[in-house]
Design a protein around this ligand. Structure first.
Ligand code: AMP
Ligand code: MN
Ligand code: MN
Length: 325
């Protein structure tokens, strides 16, 4: 059934042969990261296995409806004094992306790496990497089928959430016929598709709208009109009352301008580092640009954490993008 049968079989064996697991995703988890963590947790509970779910960074508030969302522990809030020999990493393009959760990995921990980023370097002992999957939850849907497990509404809702958020509401080029077929099956399990779209893609909090307004007010455009960028600092967050998750989606605005090939969002992390989000209209492979700064991602959506200050990083990134244009 699967072209990568071996990886699916190894993943199944990994999950069935051991009893206690740590499940982690990337720092500042997004919809796919949170959903994938919970789907793996659900899958393990179906097998009668124990697992601890941990992240560095909070679960986006609006995702509190997800089954067991309150069971994911945020390591940036509370330390955990435990080590695990069997770890499942989901939606993490490279090992660095697991952040502080690596402190919980035992010295020779065996890692199962499940991911859909083409830049994934296969850091696990087992690697289930499907670069043409729209989201990590799509791979998990296949794994659940491969293992002959029957979905329920809660697990279906988590899978739908990951698909919806990573495809921008079934709009990005990753939205394959297969994605739509899976979404269709998930709706049959009782998933509230329109309700999730309203909650995750339409609704905004007032601070979120104010943050968007202030970012757009300072939007920049390159001379040739092909690159556009916005910046967000902690002062912007404080002035608007916005929180980290409210930045989600802002990078699409510069990218949406007609004629713009690459949209960028620079977020100051602290005085030493900046997170840059990159979105491409299709011509430029932003994963390549992100990789040249130690990050990664997909052709049209990528990111990197870069050491330095805004004034030095912005021209460096713009220069790299220009070279790809
Ligand atoms: P973001 O801009 O954070 O929405 O991320 C866009 C895409 O790039 C997502 O698929 C991320 O998983 C990936 N990505 C973001 N930051 C990094 C990073 N530092 N290293 C590798 N991949 C990243
Ligand atoms: Mn993600
Ligand atoms: Mn993803």
């Amino acid at each position: 059934m699967q072209t990568n049968e071996r990886e699916f079989r190894q993943s199944k064996e990994f999950l069935t042969e051991h009893d206690q697991f740590l499940v982690v995703s990337h720092v500042q988890p997004d919809g796919d990261a949170v959903s994938s963590t919970l789907v793996v947790g659900w899958l393990l509970s179906c097998l009668g296995k124990k697992c601890v779910m941990v992240n560095e960074g909070p679960i986006p508030k609006r995702m509190a409806y997800l089954w067991n969302a309150d069971q994911i522990q945020d390591l940036s809030q509370q330390p955990l004094d435990q080590k695990f020999s069997h770890v499942i990493c989901v939606d993490c393009a490279d090992f660095k992306r697991v952040g502080k959760t690596k402190e919980l990995f035992a010295e020779n921990a065996k890692i199962l790496n499940i991911d859909h980023h083409p830049t994934n370097d296969g850091y696990g002992m087992f690697n289930l990497i499907v670069p043409n999957a729209a989201a990590t939850v799509e791979i998990l849907f296949d794994l659940i089928q491969y293992m002959n497990l029957e979905l329920n509404e809660q697990a279906a809702t988590a899978i739908y959430t990951g698909l919806l958020t990573d495809t921008g509401g079934f709009r990005y080029s990753s939205t394959s016929p297969k994605v739509m077929a899976i979404a269709s099956k998930l709706l049959e399990y009782g998933v509230d598709g329109p309700g999730l779209s309203e909650l995750l893609l339409e609704q905004m909090t007032l601070p979120q709208l104010r943050l968007l307004t202030s970012a757009l007010n300072a939007l920049q455009l390159s001379e040739d009109g092909k690159i556009s960028w916005v910046t967000i600092t902690d002062e912007d967050l404080q002035a608007t009352g916005a929180i980290h998750e409210d930045m989600e989606g802002i990078v699409n605005y510069p990218r949406n301008i007609q004629g713009v090939e690459v949209g960028l969002l620079f977020k100051v992390i602290d005085e030493h580092a900046v997170k840059v989000s990159m979105r491409s209209a299709g011509k430029v492979d932003v994963a390549k640009v992100a990789q040249s700064f130690g990050g990664g991602g997909h052709v049209r959506a990528a990111g990197a954490r870069i050491e330095g200050t805004l004034d030095t990083i912005i021209p460096r990134v713009i220069e790299q993008v220009k070279q790809q244009l």
